[in-house]
Design a protein around this ligand. Structure first.
Ligand code: NDP
Length: 291
């Protein structure tokens, strides 16, 4: 059984980025600059943004955080986005979601300059992805594609089942893996909460990608021998440890790893890849900004 190690792969990617940034700055160029906008005090969003900031600095990027009160109006947030769009010193930025309920997420995403949309959520970038044109891929699907490539997992002609159709994970991934591209050429089934007889589908799948947010949902009796499982789920469940909880995926790792050809752990699988790919998108935005 191959353990698909996202923690190590993400570290390798960060090293590659850091080396590239070192060469650029030694040659007198400024460092790439990633900004994050965080509205409110949600602890999970705060931890995520802080982690992005830490990892940006580690690869030699300039990192800045615009932390706003959750009382900010939509118009004020749009003004800040407009100034970031015009600021040549900012190569890419992300708006941490979810936003407070009085702000329309979609209106905010639409306002982001697509050339700085390093999360790849702007409809123009999603459209380019569907058309197979160069663009910023959303970070989590991009990270899954990168794991598949770096672990030489064959996808051509394979039956791939993706469980979960959200716009940040399952839906873009289903498009990428069905395209004529590296880590593509698969026959993809995209399942969701209305899917009937999921077990019939999962038992036929060569590769299963779980992105539904249901702890330990995929059981060993739902997969065939030799399956590849890539688990994007991150779920907190109560346990008897000192901190009172632990993180588990959407797949029952302990049982499935006895049948699988390859599997990602949680934590340490898909999770660490997301920020690494965001940094990769930022480096791309920087090169475009300077050209
Ligand atoms: P969403 O809640 O946006 O989407 C969940 C999807 O799963 C929906 O399409 C839903 O169907 C489907 N679903 C829910 N229950 C079932 C079920 N019983 N059977 C089949 N399908 C089901 O979640 P996200 O995509 O945002 O996140 C999914 C998981 O991935 C979470 O655990 C999250 O924490 C994790 N995640 C990890 C990231 C990372 O690794 N960095 C990044 C983003 C997410 P329907 O559409 O019908 O409601």
């Amino acid at each position: 059984m191959i353990l698909i190690d996202g923690k190590k792969t993400a570290a390798d990617i960060r090293d590659e980025i850091r080396r590239e940034v070192e060469v650029l700055t030694e040659n007198g160029q400024r460092a790439p600059h990633l900004t994050a906008i965080l509205v409110g005090e949600d602890p999970a969003s705060w931890a995520y943004v802080k982690n992005k900031e830490r990892q940006s600095k580690k690869v030699g990027f300039t990192s800045s955080l615009i932390h706003l009160s959750d009382h900010i109006s939509e118009a004020e947030l749009l003004n800040i986005i407009d100034s970031l769009n015009k600021d040549k010193s900012v190569d890419g930025y992300i708006v941490q979601l979810p936003l407070p309920s009085h702000i329309d997420d979609q209106k905010i995403i639409m306002a982001i300059n697509p050339d700085k949309d390093v999360d790849g959520f702007h409809p123009l970038n999603l459209g380019k992805m569907i058309a197979g044109l160069p663009t910023f891929l959303p970070a989590t699907p991009y990270g899954i594609i990168e794991l598949i490539l770096r672990y030489d997992i064959e996808t051509t002609g394979k039956n791939v089942l993706i469980i979960g159709r959200s716009l940040i994970v399952g839906r873009p991934l289903s498009i990428l893996m069905s395209q004529k591209r590296p880590a593509g050429n698969a026959t993809v089934t995209l399942a969701h909460s209305k899917t009937k007889n999921l077990k019939n589908l999962s038992l036929k799948a060569d590769i299963i990608i779980t992105a539904l947010g249901q702890p330990l949902f995929l059981k060993a009796d739902m997969v065939k021998e030799g399956v590849v499982v890539i688990d994007a789920g991150i779920n907190s469940i109560d346990d008897t440890s000192k901190r009172g909880y632990r993180l588990v995926g959407d797949a029952d790792f302990d049982a499935i790893s006895k049948k699988a050809k390859a599997i990602t752990p949680v934590p340490g699988g898909v999770g660490p890849m997301t920020i690494a790919m965001l940094l990769k998108n930022t480096l791309k935005a920087y090169k475009k900004n300077l050209s």
